[in-house]
Design a protein around this ligand. Structure first.
Ligand code: NAP
Length: 487
């Protein structure tokens, strides 16, 4: 089993590339190659776990589970707090690692590490506040005693776009609740998850409580795990298509499932909004992670009186982005994750332009190593354009003018997704009125960022089931037990 050593100036740091099962690093029969999207070069290979490794991971989690569930909440909390401290202390090399395997800018990678670490701190505070209930039954004969117990062995599956934060957003609440887990990270970005596993072990997480199964056979290992009767929870973040397939898989054993899926966020700018605040918010909502975020603003609806100045402002701001390798501190727009992502963005932009949209900036493939797509702005996008229906997941601003609240609400809701919406207005009453009508789990009202470990993150419609973050995120890893008691 080998280690991946980071390039200078972080050559003192390395990440084990094996499977992390039962507190041990193990080799696998096959390997997954991990590439740097900034230049297309091979970074390293990690273990490609198979069905038997999946079985071993369940064995380890099932063995460690009861001990962890019985560990005092305060002790669990202290370990999670230590995870937070270690991550923050090591933020520079961890950010460099994310940038290497994901391609995101160093600024985005650093922000992600702090956001990811915050889940450990938040859930270290929540671990000691899993409160039950006692009430007198209405008939007066007995008490209704309710407690929340750890749900048990949990399978956590995460995507590549936030390799640290999507992992800790599940790991921290699961461990706070008293569950043992198997984490299956995305094959494009496994190194960050492996580094986090090491940090958790260093912080004192007992062997077997956290297991990391890297695998290129996601469907096969997930099926194996979800058909093991010892497994009681599936927590998935990724595309709606895969989420749907996993729900079918989880149905056989009626496994509790939390789903954080795709989005198609509308960004609404009312004519009474502060233009500069709306532009700042738009850049944050659109360009965090180069547009590769489930919360990314996908469709911009601007009231007609502000349409021209807002469009001009977006062209100026998007044109000012500096495209380059994620690890170059001057870069403000890194590469996309892979060639498939670039092809999809290209297709969506070409479709919109063919249907009559006006290309104002970018829109052309770049001839350089790595998987880049330039900052792009398209105006007057017609309703039948695919990019108003599908996740763009890239640096493309698609704009349309609107004329009334009723019209923009109808357009915003015309999608099977319902994760995030953004709304800028100078009239808070109008903002709250529109927010109530938007079919989404989260609204950024005069804000371009909604993610916060203390807030319930999640979607409605086909964007998901359940919530992550906040107290709600912990409750997803508990089971409610009611005891009817007379005393
Ligand atoms: P994806 O293709 O759905 O993959 C996500 C994870 O699922 C990866 O670990 C992947 O493993 C695994 N997977 C793939 N096929 C599977 C199968 N048949 N059974 C079990 N697991 C399977 O998504 P992605 O491209 O990595 O991520 C982008 C998507 O995630 C976007 O749709 C985005 O909106 C969504 N997302 C949602 C949230 C949210 O909180 N709502 C947050 C971030 C991202 P491999 O990598 O090995 O294929």
């Amino acid at each position: 089993m080998t280690n991946f050593t980071l390039p200078p100036p972080f050559a003192a740091h390395s990440v084990a590339t094996g499977l992390f099962i039962g507190g041990q690093w193990r080799a696998a029969k096959n390997a997954i190659e991990v590439f740097n999207p900034s230049n297309g070069q091979l970074l390293t290979s990690v273990a490609d776990g198979d069905e038997s490794d999946a079985g071993a991971a369940v064995d380890a989690a099932a063995l460690a589970g009861p001990g962890w569930a019985a560990t005092a909440p305060r002790q669990r909390a202290e370990i999670l707090r230590k995870c937070h401290e270690l991550m923050v202390a090591q933020q520079d090399w961890l950010a460099a690692l994310i940038s290497l395997e994901n391609g995101k800018t160093l600024a985005d990678a650093k922000a992600e590490i702090l956001y990811a670490a915050e889940f450990f701190r938040w859930y270290s505070e929540e671990a000691v506040r899993v409160l039950g209930e006692v009430t007198l039954a209405p008939g007066g004969a007995n008490r209704i005693l309710v407690e929340y117990q750890p749900i048990g062995v949990s399978l956590l599956i995460t995507p590549w776009n936030f390799p640290a934060a999507m992992a800790t957003r599940k790991l921290a609440p699961a461990l706070a609740a008293g569950c043992s887990v198997i984490l299956k990270p995305a094959s494009e970005t496994p190194l960050t998850a492996l580094a986090i596993a090491q940090i958790m072990q260093d912080a004192g997480v007992p062997a077997g409580v956290v297991n990391v199964l890297t695998s290129h056979h996601a469907g096969v290992v997930a099926k194996k795990i979800l058909h093991d009767p010892r497994v009681r929870k599936l927590s998935f973040t990724g595309s709606t298509a895969v989420g749907r397939a996993l729900l079918h898989e989880a149905a056989d054993q009626v496994i509790s499932s939390s789903m954080e899926l795709g989005g198609n966020a509308p960004f609404i700018v009312c004519g009474d909004a502060d233009l500069n605040a709306a532009l700042d918010g738009a850049m944050l909502a659109k360009m965090r992670n180069g547009g590769e975020a489930c919360t990314s603003a996908n469709r911009f609806y601007v009231e007609r009186n502000l349409y021209k100045p807002f469009t001009d402002g977006m062209v100026a701001r998007m044109a000012a982005l500096k495209l380059g390798e994620g690890s170059d501190p001057a870069t403000t727009l890194g590469p996309m994750i892979n060639a498939k992502a670039v092809e999809k963005i290209t297709e969506l932009v070409e479709d919109a332009v063919a249907k009559g949209a006006k290309l104002l900036l970018g829109g052309t493939m770049l001839n350089r190593p790595g998987t880049y797509y330039p900052a792009t702005v398209i105006a007057d996008v017609p309703d039948n354009a695919r990019l108003l229906k599908e996740e763009i997941f890239g640096p493309v601003v698609a704009l349309q003018a609107f004329d009334s609240d009723a019209q923009v609400i109808a357009r915003a809701n015309d999608t099977e997704y319902g994760l995030t919406a953004y709304l800028f207005t100078g009239d808070l009453k109008r903002g709250l009125r529109i927010s109530e009508k938007l079919e989404v789990g989260m609204v950024g009202l005069n804000r371009g960022l909604v993610s916060d470990p203390a807030a319930p993150f999640g979607g409605v419609k086909q964007s998901g089931l359940g919530r992550e973050g906040s107290h709600h995120g912990l409750m997803e890893f508990t089971e409610c037990k009611y005891v009817a008691v007379s005393w």
